[in-house]
Design a protein around this ligand. Structure first.
Ligand code: NAD
Length: 93
């Protein structure tokens, strides 16, 4: 079974995608819960990593990942983090 990684997976689109992909393979969700909610993943067979993907440097966690869906985003464009660039733009994934 393939492994899928979803950044922003505790958000609206990410959690719905996690639900769908969990029927197709293993799901790994990374979210800092800045606007999303862990409860959005209730009942979904997914592993959850609470992290800021704009600062975390990934290593072996991604070795088995077949596809990455990058949905982590700040509605304010990242301005509350001292930059006008969005978290997706700054991400290291
Ligand atoms: N919802 C829509 O109708 C819609 C339409 C078009 C495009 N989009 C885009 O799709 C993406 C997801 O939208 P959504 O509605 O699911 O948003 P959302 O706010 O519900 O989800 C975004 C998730 O990203 C997480 N996040 C933010 N910064 C992070 C970081 N640095 N590290 C880890 N996690 C982080 C938040 O906690 C949240 O769970 C966004 O880029 C949005 O612009 C959404």
């Amino acid at each position: 079974m393939p492994t899928f990684a979803i950044t922003g997976g505790a958000g609206f689109i990410g959690s719905n995608l996690a639900w769908r992909l969990s029927t197709l393979g293993t799901v790994l969700v990374a979210d800092d819960l800045s606007s999303g909610h862990a409860a959005n993943l209730d009942g979904i067979d997914a592993s959850f990593l609470e992290m800021d993907v704009s600062t975390h440097v990934f290593g072996s966690e991604l070795e088995q990942v077949a596809r990455i869906f990058h949905l982590a985003a700040s509605i304010d464009g990242g301005r509350n983090r001292g930059t006008r660039r969005g978290s997706a733009e700054r991400s290291r994934w």
